[in-house]
Design a protein around this ligand. Structure first.
Ligand code: HEC
Length: 121
């Protein structure tokens, strides 16, 4: 009898806890991840996906188009802004670069620029 009451009591307490969403456990504090490399805004990587169709993955071209793997962020930013502002001759890149805001060009340049800096190659 005592056992039955105890089990009902615990079931009751358990349901009450579940129903009220009450929990005594505090969420584990997130351990600060050690920065392995310089932080690069993740939006740059997403924007950079469109470049791969012509320039290869990570700007490592395997075809006729120029690759730009290993170029610095500042070089890429300059070139892309020149394309965007019709200050550099292009067949395709001028039109492509006009599709991005200046901030997006920054993000793309930072992303590609970070690739070779973080590699030993
Ligand atoms: C539709 C194909 C296409 C796409 C997509 C494309 N490019 Fe290009 N890119 C070209 C072509 C073609 C050239 C040569 C210049 C021209 O005629 O437009 C070029 C040239 C360049 C150059 C100059 C390379 C050098 O050192 O002379 C850079 C840098 C560049 N592209 C970066 C990018 C980036 C970054 C993206 C993505 C945001 C991108 N391209 C997307 C076709 C493309």
């Amino acid at each position: 009898m005592v056992k039955t009451i105890t089990s009902w009591l615990s079931v009751g307490l358990l349901s009450a806890a579940v129903l009220t969403g009450c929990t005594t456990e505090k969420p584990e504090p997130q351990a600060a991840a050690e920065p392995v490399q310089e932080e690069v805004d993740p939006r740059g990587e997403i924007l950079a996906l469109s470049c791969a169709s012509c320039h290869g993955t990570d700007g490592k071209s395997t075809g006729i188009l120029p690759g730009f793997y290993g170029k610095s962020a500042s070089y890429l930013k300059t070139v892309l802004m020149e394309y965007k502002n019709d200050e550099r001759y292009s067949t395709v890149m001028g039109r492509h670069a006009k599709g991005y805001t200046d901030e997006e060009i920054d993000l793309i340049a930072e992303y590609f620029g970070s690739l070779s800096k973080n590699n030993s190659k």
